[in-house]
Ligand binder design. Sequence first.
Ligand code: AMP
Length: 211
Amino acid sequence: MRIVLLGPPGAGKGTQAQLLSEDKGFERFSTGDILRRHISENTPLGSRVKDYLIKGELVPDDILLQLVRNFLKEKNLSPILFDGFPRTLTQAKGLDGLLEEEGHPLDLVIFLDLPETEIIRRLNSRRICKRCGANYNLITQPPKVSGRCDRCGGLLIKREDDNTKAIRERLRAYRERTSPLYEYYERRGILIKVSGMGSPLQVYKRIIRFL
Ligand code: AMP
């Protein structure tokens, strides 16, 4: 099974991807996590993409398409969850081409819907684990021990791009380049819209009804 999690930044894609992979065994292709890992490990790719992430701009399509090609070569037999990818029409068409080649087209696109005021509130209170990348929210999903990850004990930090300027740019990139994907997938009849309001578990229960 191949699923895309679509939605604005801060809608809860990462949290739901985490739950779906732990509970249902999906392999996650979480492009934000992959890119942040390259940056923290100082790889050549990390230095190429660092400025884009800090500013909240989209990384060029050719880089993302190369990443997905490599991922599919390794994981093409597993159920896959695409989280934060695709984010442009070029990426969506590239992904379709690759999945068609291997004979496993997309089954479902889950659009997580959240009003912009709630998005900004969530991004400002979001924390991630520096070690394993797990997501937290100081208001809706706090860790058991303040400042520490429940899963691995790593330090919780604010993402460098969760600041007012980068958030504005990420929302602009979303509106201009990612939101057209809603119609692209809706026309194919594979898109479902799920409210991202409420606790992670409430949202998760809405999602799994469709699996
Ligand atoms: P995320 O963790 O999904 O919010 O992604 C963080 C940042 O990584 C984005 O603001 C972009 O700079 C970059 N990024 C992640 N996924 C993509 C993508 N599919 N296309 C372009 N840039 C991406």
